[in-house]
Design a protein around this ligand. Sequence first.
Ligand code: DAH
Length: 332
Amino acid sequence: MTQLIEKINNASSLEELENLRIETLGKKGILTLEFAKMKSIPNEEKKAFAQNLNEQKVKVTNAIEAKKVVLEKEALNKKLENEKIDVTRFNNELSCGATHPVVETMDRIITYFQNLNFAVEEGPLVEDDFHNFEALNLPKYHPARDMQDTFYNKDYTLLRTHTSPVQIRTMLKQDPNTPIRMIAPGTVFRRDFDITHTPMFHQIEALVVDDADKVSFANLKHVLVEFLQHMFGDVEVRFRPSFFPFTEPSAEVDISCVFCKGEGCRVCSHTGWLEVLGCGVVDQNVFTAVGYKNKSGYAFGLGVERFAMLIHNIGDLRSLFESDTRLLGQFR
Ligand code: DAH
């Protein structure tokens, strides 16, 4: 008996203790088997026999319970020690953020034009019909309004579909005789969603205004060729006649495909060219709408996402807005 109690006290794990319990008190344990002998014990000895066995059982049970408390406490302490978290510890593996490719591209373009002395202007995202359409030579029911699927609000305001209304706001806020050289970066909204369209995206607008005949299409062309070669490297630039209500003449500008160098590939639909922006000479109707006389100007507008995708070879526009750290991590 003393040997058994000693074994219990020396048990080094809960498992060992449990085995000792089974060996003594389990179905086939030594003490259990002793109790079974009761039947064959003469009646007059039964009481003493049972008493003795019960005393032993109580001793063993108590010893096991006591040891169990000690071992459980030890196990808990060990677990706590192993799982300890030092909340003050600096984890070198913490990944740090990166500038989103759209913001980075926007910043690059802004810096480029600031270096050419362009001011950075802003306008509201919730616009009215006058600034977003009417003053830009897009009268009501003009078919060209269909080019831009607009989100309208109940109060006849709308989410601006392009950054061009900032041209109007800038011209209205300053004296018509002060020359303008501005860009307007910002968010725009259209009801469109597929691989190449998201309902929210970013544009950069530019407007240059001065006395009539001081600003020409040639100036526009020079500025854009320099700009596009700064952004995309050694590319060819071509101007294709096009239509925008607020410019006349208007052009769309293509660069030779940055992926196949103009040979023709999937990205450029085998044309060798990529369309990158719209531009033109400011339509006189726009000047009339803001009360400017004897002025000339040029303007252009570009999609920032399109630039970011071409610069970083990103295939699906939507991936720019999914906040997937596997994409963003590549720009760290
Ligand atoms: N606002 C046009 C658009 O969203 C882009 C644009 C084209 C802007 C020609 C201009 C421009 O200033 O001259 O599609």
